[in-house]
Write a protein that binds this ligand. Structure first.
Ligand SMILES: NC(=O)c1ccc[n+]([C@@H]2O[C@H](COP(=O)([O-])OP(=O)(O)OC[C@H]3O[C@@H](n4cnc5c(N)ncnc54)[C@H](OP(=O)(O)O)[C@@H]3O)[C@@H](O)[C@H]2O)c1
Length: 343
């Protein structure tokens, strides 16, 4: 099968589209024919070797943590899915990678694909939805009437977080550059802060929940704009900068210490705070499908790249200027024969 793999850590050109062995579904796993995947900044961090002290891979390694596709086979003990089901997932990093014609996903990490979306649209959502949902609902327990500040509202996580915030009845403030103001307003943002023109902490006020996608220094600036007891959920830790300065092992250790100190410092000021890593969760993805079909969440796609242009897609993500999501089209829609007719 075709798969985009890294053979070494480095710039986007280390990604090659290879003829790779197809994975096999083990006990409790599902083999998926992948139609589309998407690029997340974590894929680029893995490609650069930033995470290699904590996430060890034998190279070559297929990258990718999002998929939309069709069940091709089920492993022993799987009863929830059958061949031909349309599914989405953001699988755990131990599974084979989703920039490939086939991938294997643990049964409980699969959700149903929203019926109203194409595979390309559906593949743009799992990782960013799980991240934003787990930050705003599971951790911060955002309530109707509260004021939510979403940092980097025009990014993959931000575009979904704004929509979740509005769905939960919050007043949503967000930061982005002027060119993206109309986009974030169309997603429901009430107040848009052009962070290139003004200091966001000079204009945002009375915030109950901050979703911080920018890193620790920005999170600290949040104290002065928060209501008493306001909560901070961080999803960006500054690991790449520390690894660049101190190497993978010390960079990872330093990041763990910095996160712990930041959470403690925040709590001592009366602001509960957490750093989270998205957890795969099929039942939350089923809920995502419901929200898409009810028109609550819509995908925001910047560019769809064919698998062969994976290096270009990574360069785009590395630029830090993606507007919504970068999708990878792995197979053309309608290119797969129905299950009974496959060789
Ligand atoms: N912990 C987790 O589980 C988890 C999960 C997902 C993502 N993350 C992390 O969260 C961060 C965001 O992820 P993402 O997928 O949303 O990234 P992304 O899609 O690549 O974000 C790109 C966006 O960031 C905006 N941006 C850049 N600098 C900004 C600034 N100083 N202020 C406001 N907006 C700014 C840009 O908007 P403009 O062009 O308008 O500036 C652009 O639209 C990344 O560091 C990622 O690794 C963590």
């Amino acid at each position: 099968m075709k798969a985009a793999r890294i053979h070494a850590y480095g710039d986007p050109d280390v990604l090659q589209v290879d003829d790779a062995p197809a994975p096999v579904a083990g006990k409790g796993q599902v083999l998926v024919d992948v139609f589309a995947s998407s690029v997340n900044p974590i894929d680029c961090k893995i490609r650069k070797g930033v995470l290699r002290a904590g996430l060890r891979y034998d190279l070559p390694r297929t990258l990718g943590m999002d998929l939309s596709g069709v069940v091709a086979a089920v492993g022993e003990g799987v009863t929830r899915w059958k061949v031909g089901d349309e599914v989405i997932a953001s699988p755990n990093p131990k599974t084979p990678g989703t920039y490939a014609e086939q991938s294997v996903v643990d049964d409980a990490e699969l959700g149903r694909k929203p019926k109203n979306l194409t595979h390309a649209e559906a593949a743009s959502l799992p990782l960013v939805f799980l991240t934003a949902w787990q930050a705003l609902v599971d951790k911060a327990k955002l309530k109707a009437g509260e004021r939510l500040l979403v940092q980097a509202g025009a990014g993959g996580v931000g575009t979904v977080a704004i929509q979740i915030g509005k769905h939960l009845g919050a007043h949503v403030l967000t930061t982005c550059s002027a060119k993206n103001a109309d986009l974030v307003r169309s997603l429901g943002a009430d107040d848009v802060i052009d962070y290139r023109e003004v200091q966001w902490d000079a204009v945002a006020q009375h915030i109950d929940v901050v979703l911080d996608a920018l890193g620790l220094p920005e999170a600290r600036r949040a104290y002065k704009v928060m209501n008493k007891g306001g909560r901070i959920v961080g999803i960006s830790t500054g690991l790449p900068e520390r690894v660049a300065k101190a190497g993978p092992v010390l960079g990872l250790a330093g990041t763990g210490i910095a996160m712990g100190c930041a959470m403690l410092g925040s709590r001592l000021r009366g602001h509960p705070s957490w750093y989270i890593t998205r957890k795969p969760d099929g039942s939350q993805l089923d809920h995502l499908a419901d929200l898409c079909e009810r028109g609550v969440i819509r995908p925001v796609i910047d560019t769809v790249y064919p698998l062969e242009q994976i290096a270009e897609a990574h360069r785009h993500s590395d630029s830090g200027r993606a507007r919504g999501k970068l999708v990878i089209q792995v197979r053309a829609a309608g290119s797969l024969a129905p299950p009974g007719l496959r060789r």
